[in-house]
Design a protein around this ligand. Structure first.
Ligand code: ACO
Length: 175
């Protein structure tokens, strides 16, 4: 089983995590000065889309947020490769299973993993791994056939330990 250090808990983001969440994220990126009002409006926007945006945190034994991660669900207008396989297979033998018929009607979904960060003094305790495992589990539960992410070369080894494989090249167009 996936165990957190004693006293640590993994839970969904709460609005009151404002300062602690942003503080953990500064290890990854420029966060800027985000007021509680701005944070709160974006939090409400995401909460209204709670089947698309999943933001989780790990708090330590003192109740402080020490690791964070996000999953965004992208819904496609096409069937997932896995469903296509079933459908191809089903073609050669009569469809008998209701579940298969249902899954064939479903369009694909892909998980996007974003903004993974573990506080500097908390790294190396498998918190990053637990965040990824939790996001992977959510992605599977909501029907994604894969999850993808972009990372720097220095983090490639971490994501490989989490079960990811190198696939393609990241492109960016900054405005
Ligand atoms: N390269 C190779 N292996 C690594 C690396 C790395 N950079 N980091 C961790 N590992 C290994 C660990 O040794 C461990 O291996 P083991 O199971 O053999 O012992 C395994 O990966 C799991 O490591 P964790 O302890 O879970 O890693 P940690 O909690 O320190 O989190 C993370 C890793 C998230 C990269 C952390 O170092 C961090 O926050 N870095 C700064 C922010 C950052 O770069 N975030 C990722 C951005 S990419 C994105 O968000 C999609």
């Amino acid at each position: 089983a996936s165990e957190l250090p004693k006293g640590y808990t993994l839970r969904p983001l709460q609005k009151s995590d404002h300062a602690e969440f942003l503080s953990v994220l500064t290890i990854l990126t420029k966060v800027g000065d985000i007021s509680f009002e701005t944070w709160s409006a974006r939090y409400d926007w995401m909460a209204a889309r709670n089947d698309e945006y999943f933001v989780i945190v790990i708090e330590n034994d003192l109740g402080k947020v020490v690791a964070v991660g996000s999953l965004i669900i992208e819904k496609k207008l096409l069937l997932s490769p896995l469903v296509l396989q079933v459908s191809l297979h089903s073609h050669t033998r009569a469809l008998s299973n209701g579940d298969e018929v249902d899954s064939i009607r479903n369009c694909a979904a892909v998980g996007h993993i974003e903004d993974i960060a573990v506080a500097a003094d908390q790294q190396g305790k498998k918190l990053g791994l637990r965040i990824i495992q939790a996001l992977d589990a959510i992605a599977q539960q909501v029907g994604c056939y894969k999850s993808i992410l972009d990372c720097s070369e220095k983090n490639q080894g971490f994501y490989e330990k989490c079960g990811f494989k190198l696939a393609g090249v990241q492109m960016a167009h900054y405005y």
